[in-house]
Ligand binder design. Structure first.
Ligand SMILES: NC(=O)c1ccc[n+]([C@@H]2O[C@H](COP(=O)([O-])OP(=O)(O)OC[C@H]3O[C@@H](n4cnc5c(N)ncnc54)[C@H](OP(=O)(O)O)[C@@H]3O)[C@@H](O)[C@H]2O)c1
Length: 307
């Protein structure tokens, strides 16, 4: 099999293709021949920040070509998608059965990796922020894989006003096309009328204007791997709250909820209310280029690797 090896700290130039033996699926695991592999900001960050070589995991989609003992819900030849915790940047990968799901016949592998993990996060942060019909919702990193689905999902769940916040005016048409009523740039002095819910996928210095964008009793959902500090006084004066969200915790502790959100995502996909947007499909061998697209913050939707 071929996989991308990440050698050491220092940036995308250290990603290169290598041959490796095929992994053996352990009990409860699926071996899949990958057709699409999602590239995500947390993995791009790891390559920048983690000094030791690490396997590049993440979301994958493909065909089941092997199974460990005890697998019951899948058969050889099934089309599946899910999270891979070992080498996901590879033409063969291992998935835990519990974290895998079937891809409907009418969906491509590329759409599956663009939709499922990012859509689950979008669904989860809306739930965490108790964003209901009639609420106003502001989404930062609105053109990212997660953000682009969060804008659509907020719209589909009856938000009265959806504001998309992005780093560059070049993303304005894209986010309006997703259903945003208003577009603000991070650098704008004002982000417009206050909102009930902010979904923040950027973190760091952006947390301050994100909190200031909240209406009284507003909710900020912080879900970026970028971290950052929230000023409790700014919450106090608005009677606002800040909520952290991590998808992995939901998958681990609430598997039924996780599965029900996944089913709901596919239902929305079939209904046409959620359309995963794909910025680029990049050959696996050019993983470094895929990382550069994310690092340059130029993506409009999902970046996908294809073996
Ligand atoms: N909590 C969870 O469970 C969970 C799981 C996965 C991902 N996430 C978070 O969700 C957010 C979106 O992830 P994604 O995979 O959807 O992103 P993505 O598709 O890879 O998109 C990256 C976009 O994020 C924005 N961004 C913000 N800070 C950035 C930075 N320091 N470097 C590069 N881009 C940055 C950029 O848009 P702008 O330039 O317009 O800001 C960029 O175009 C990330 O913050 C990620 O950490 C959370």
């Amino acid at each position: 099999m071929r996989r991308i090896r990440y050698e050491a700290n220092g940036g995308p130039e250290v990603l290169f293709l290598e041959d490796a033996p095929e992994p053996e699926p352990a009990p409860g695991e699926l071996l899949i021949r990958t057709e699409a592999i999602g590239v995500t900001l947390p993995v791009v960050r790891k390559v920048r920040e983690v000094a030791a070589p690490i396997p590049l995991g993440g979301e994958v989609a493909g065909i089941v070509v092997g199974m460990g003992d005890g697998v019951e819900g899948f058969a050889l030849g099934d089309r599946v998608t899910g999270l891979c915790f070992s080498h996901g940047y590879a033409d063969v990968a291992i998935l835990y059965e519990a974290m895998a799901s079937h891809i409907p016949d009418d969906a491509s592998a590329v759409d599956a990796v663009a939709l499922v993990r990012s859509g689950l996060i979008a669904r989860g942060v809306l739930e965490a922020g108790v964003a209901g019909p009639g609420d106003s919702v502001l989404v930062t990193a609105a053109a990212s894989a997660v953000g682009s689905l969060a804008v659509q999902y907020a719209r589909a769940r009856g938000a009265a006003r959806v504001v998309a916040a992005v780093s560059s005016s070049q993303k304005a048409d894209f986010v309006r096309d997703l259903g945003a009523d208003e577009v603000v740039l991070y650098s704008d002095e004002s982000w417009g009328d206050p909102v009930d819910v902010v979904l923040d996928g950027v973190g760091g210095d952006l947390l301050a204007p994100a909190v200031r964008a909240l209406a009284p009793a507003g909710r900020l959902v912080a879900f970026s791997s970028g971290g950052g500090v929230i000023d409790a006084y700014e919450l106090l004066v608005r009677g606002a709250s800040a909520i952290g969200f991590q998808m992995a915790a939901i998958a681990r502790t609430k598997p039924k909820l996780y599965a029900s959100w996944r089913d709901e995502l596919w239902a929305e996909y079939r209904a046409g209310t959620l359309r995963p947007r794909v910025h680029a499909c990049v050959p696996l061998a050019e993983a470094a280029r895929a990382h550069e697209i994310i690092e340059s913050r130029s993506n409009l939707g999902k970046v996908v690797l294809v073996p």
